[in-house]
Design a binder for this molecule. Structure first.
Ligand SMILES: N[C@@H](CCC(=O)N[C@@H](CS)C(=O)NCC(=O)O)C(=O)O
Length: 213
């Protein structure tokens, strides 16, 4: 497999975690979102692969090109069911998917770079943009704090789908300066993931396109 990825893209980070948890290898194909010419994701070569011009995209072992991290993660879950990301219990599966959707649909899209740039084009200054980010990230994470369990990862002793979404969102929160003091459960999950080899391997600091310090 090949993963079109950018080291600090939260959506790419999700897929990297899912691959690593399942013990799967995918060759990283870096797509630089902040290249001087406006980003490699906006160039014809990448748009021919993914007309939406976003990362991640996954090329399967059979050569199919898949886009959108939720679809890619579901594909991995169904194609490689070993080390499942979803619980067997139907209600628990729905809860895991609920937290994933909350993060993937209701937090992350609101601070994606193209959305922030539209705010700037509409006349918002950097203070207003920062307030916007803080509002959506804080209210979303406050809800996640209440939805996840009181010990272990989000929903149990082993990491699953909700953790695959949460850890990259916490990384983004830190980049934006959104504090986690009010969220002890989220901090607990973050501390566990920081010790887990799959989460370490998927971290933005350890990618082929991570800039040298
Ligand atoms: N819903 C998509 C979101 C993909 C997405 O927004 N990716 C960001 C990086 S995290 C991107 O490529 N942004 C480039 C842009 O907005 O121009 C997914 O989960 O894959």
């Amino acid at each position: 497999m090949e993963l079109y990825t950018y080291y600090r893209s939260t959506s790419s980070y999700r897929v990297r975690i899912a691959l690593a948890l399942k013990g799967l290898d995918a060759r990283a194909v870096p797509v630089n979102l902040i290249a001087a010419e406006g980003g490699e994701h906006r160039q014809a070569a990448y748009l021919a692969l993914n007309p939406q011009g976003r990362v991640p995209a996954l090329r399967t072992d059979e050569g199919q090109l898949l886009i959108q991290s939720p679809a890619i993660i579901e594909y991995l879950e169904e194609r490689y069911p070993q080390v499942p990301l979803l619980a067997r219990d139907l209600v628990l599966r729905a809860r895991e998917r609920g937290v994933a959707a909350l993060i993937g649909c209701d937090i992350h899209p609101l601070h994606n770079v193209s959305v922030l740039n539209r705010l700037r084009q509409a006349g918002q200054d950097e203070a207003a943009v920062a307030q916007w980010i803080d509002h959506w990230v804080s209210t979303g994470l406050a809800a996640v704090e209440q939805l996840i369990g009181e010990e272990g990862y989000c929903f149990g002793a082993t990491p699953g789908l909700a953790d695959v979404y949460l850890i990259p969102q916490l990384y983004a929160a830190a980049r934006f300066g959104v504090g986690l003091q009010a969220y002890p459960r989220l901090r607990r999950v973050a501390a566990l993931a920081a010790q887990h080899p799959a989460f370490i391997a998927a971290h933005p600091l350890h990618q082929v396109d991570t800039p040298a310090a």
